[in-house]
Design a protein around this ligand. Structure first.
Ligand SMILES: Cc1cc2nc3c(=O)[nH]c(=O)nc-3n(C[C@H](O)[C@H](O)[C@H](O)COP(=O)(O)OP(=O)(O)OC[C@H]3O[C@@H](n4cnc5c(N)ncnc54)[C@H](O)[C@@H]3O)c2cc1C
Length: 381
């Protein structure tokens, strides 16, 4: 039954990319316009509820299907995967760590897209160094008062719910025990959205600063209603986020390869299609092999997650490998397209601009290597 639903959704997403996204993506990208109509259509298709249980109004799909959906969306426009990326991560965190009441109140609205979520982790002075965040939630008799700011927050201006990672104890030892997660609503007093960032790629989707000035929220907004669990909760959430970033990388790389194959059949030099030059064949063979390997790593991490296992090692490897090969494949696609690949007339330059984000986002690849090495030593692989 669920397999049938997964197939159906994947076909719907492919059709959506063809009929709704392809005709408008260039204009939205060039002008850095938020794709309101496309986001609403994704809500209509149920995509905001991909990983929310059916009990709470979502599709309840597994991570294998979620990864495939992110791959297909990214073949069309990686920014669309951005709208759903931290949204699904926030849904995961509420579903797995929220109280029954938090699940009841938020998950049905997140599933329909009435509420659209983001993740507030990074601060201007600390991205990789999560334990040194400064945002502080002070417990008062009737709630928390939050002060601080967050940087680079996807869906910052378009979202209306955020999972905020904040300190609740400034002196805890170890530091991570003083971190908690909160549910912030867009209308909370003292919460506002700051500057929207102008970016190399990942255009259309908003990336903003979030500001908290004596922001007041009730006690019931502490995720799980127990302080000090936030670091563990967000690290677990990021394992799923890394599957989605790896899947996006596979999508961008696949589309760059497809366009390269098509182009190499049509473009002629020295009286033959360039596909008949062995150096082009070498690039195509290497690109395809890298993509296949990346896809296998993504599927492996997703399948383990679907079986309820810890996947920090596997999702880290998938994210590291898939994002690195994505950038290499996009550059090779540009080489194959020659001068035309460097122009704005073809989407290759967009893939080339989008690919570095996967290297940086959801933990940089340097941090991925630290994490992988730690787990390799712990497990002896
Ligand atoms: C477009 C975009 C969207 C984003 N969306 C979100 C979002 O929705 N929510 C959110 O919370 N964040 C978001 N981020 C932030 C992103 O997760 C961070 O940028 C990333 O984690 C890196 O943090 P940083 O930029 O502070 O770099 P830094 O942590 O300052 O790192 C700088 C460099 O030092 C390296 N480095 C750092 N520490 C070590 C170490 N111990 N060993 C070796 N090398 C190290 C890094 O790998 C990097 O090369 C987004 C970023 C971008 C660009």
């Amino acid at each position: 039954m669920k397999e049938e639903l997964s197939k159906q959704i994947l076909n719907t997403v492919k059709q959506f990319i063809k009929t709704d996204v392809a005709p408008v993506v260039k204009n939205l990208e060039d002008k850095d316009i938020y794709p309101n109509e496309l986001a609403d259509k994704m809500a209509e298709l149920g995509l905001f509820g991909i990983n929310i249980s059916q009990e709470h109004g979502g599709l309840g799909l597994n991570y294998t299907t979620l990864a495939q959906i992110f791959t297909e969306l990214s073949r069309g426009w990686m920014s669309l995967a951005g709208i759903l990326g931290t949204h699904t991560l926030a849904c995961y965190m509420i579903q797995n760590y929220g109280t029954d009441n938090q699940k009841k109140v938020y998950l049905p609205k997140l599933a329909t897209g009435e509420m659209r979520a983001g993740l507030g982790l990074t601060e201007s002075h600390s991205g990789s160094d999560v334990q040194n965040i400064k945002t502080f939630a002070k417990k008062k008799s009737e709630g928390y008062e939050i002060n601080g700011s967050k940087m680079f927050i996807t869906n910052g201006s378009q979202g209306n719910l955020f999972i905020l990672i904040s300190k609740t104890n400034l002196n805890s030892d170890p530091k991570y025990k003083g971190i908690s997660c909160f549910i912030i609503e867009g209308t909370d007093k003292g919460f506002s959205v700051g500057q929207k960032l102008d970016k190399l790629g990942y255009r259309g989707v908003d990336t903003c600063e979030l500001l908290f000035e004596d922001c007041e929220i009730p006690l019931t907004r502490l995720l799980g209603e127990v302080e000090g669990n936030g670091f563990r909760q967000v690290m677990d959430g990021l394992e799923t986020g890394r599957i989605n970033v790896a899947a996006r990388s596979v999508g961008v790389a696949k589309e760059a390869l497809k366009l390269s194959i098509d182009y190499s059949r049509k473009r002629e030099t020295f009286d033959k299609p360039i596909k008949d030059h062995q150096m082009i064949q070498s690039m195509i063979a290497t690109m395809a092999t890298k993509i296949k390997a990346a896809e296998l790593l993504v599927n492996d991490a997703a399948e383990l997650k679907d079986n309820g296992l810890r996947v920090d090692l596997e999702s880290g490897m998938a994210k590291l490998f898939a994002s690195e090969i994505c950038q290499e494949v996009c550059l090779d696609a540009m080489r194959i397209h020659g001068g035309y690949g460097y122009t704005k007339d073809l989407p290759i330059e967009r893939f080339y601009r989008d690919s570095p984000l996967m290297i940086i986002g959801e933990g940089t690849n340097e941090i991925m290597k630290l994490l992988i090495a730690k787990r390799v030593y712990e497990t002896n692989f």
